[in-house]
Design a protein around this ligand. Sequence first.
Ligand code: SAM
Length: 221
Amino acid sequence: MTLSARDAYELWAASYPPVAHNPLMRIEQDVVESLLAHISARRALDVGTGSGRYVPMLKATGASTVLGVDFSLAMLRRGTAAPGRVCGDACRLPFKRATFDLVNASLMVGDIADLGAWTREMARVLATGGQLVYSDFHPSWAQRGWSRTFKSADGATHDVSFNPHTIDDHLAALERAGFGVRTIREPRFNPTHGEEPGILAFRRRWGNPQVVVVFHAVKEP
Ligand SMILES: C[S@@+](CC[C@H](N)C(=O)[O-])C[C@H]1O[C@@H](n2cnc3c(N)ncnc32)[C@H](O)[C@@H]1O
């Protein structure tokens, strides 16, 4: 049975530490962290923050305000007890327009069916000139029919639904919402991510396609 995102995160939270805990997250974090390292911000928001993996990296931008929003109370409870963790829906954020100058959203937009509405909401809460950094499962996933799975604390494996988005879907949504795209990165597994048997088997079977896509865009005047 394939779980909805909401049901999945309730179960997944117990085994979801606030660090990159699988090869996909490590490859994604390498790219996102290097982009964030070049950004200075005062007010940063982490959308779909989960257990708060990106909160320390958003603080490192110099931001004095760092908030994380997530619709899963179980995931929010899994994070550190730091203040600034808010329960809310990414497509109806509980913030006024132009509240932030940096929004990060890591590996959560695959849970969003209406990419256009999500992107408009990111634009709404960002000030002009504000920066959006986000990652998604690469279109390779849908092209190759990969399923998204996780192991719950009891060791059972579960399938989770996700909404595949093409690169063109992302670019069109960003343009319509008034963003200018600065960077698109599509990393693959390479030896710096370790030579775990699972990755080697994956590369033998699939020929090492891109697994994640990361965007950096700026809200234009
Ligand atoms: C794969 S996890 C990623 C968590 C964190 N960003 C990270 O990379 O470690 C996706 C997170 O997005 C949250 N999420 C999914 N859809 C959401 C929505 N519509 N509104 C708010 N949070 C959402 C989930 O509850 C989950 O915590």
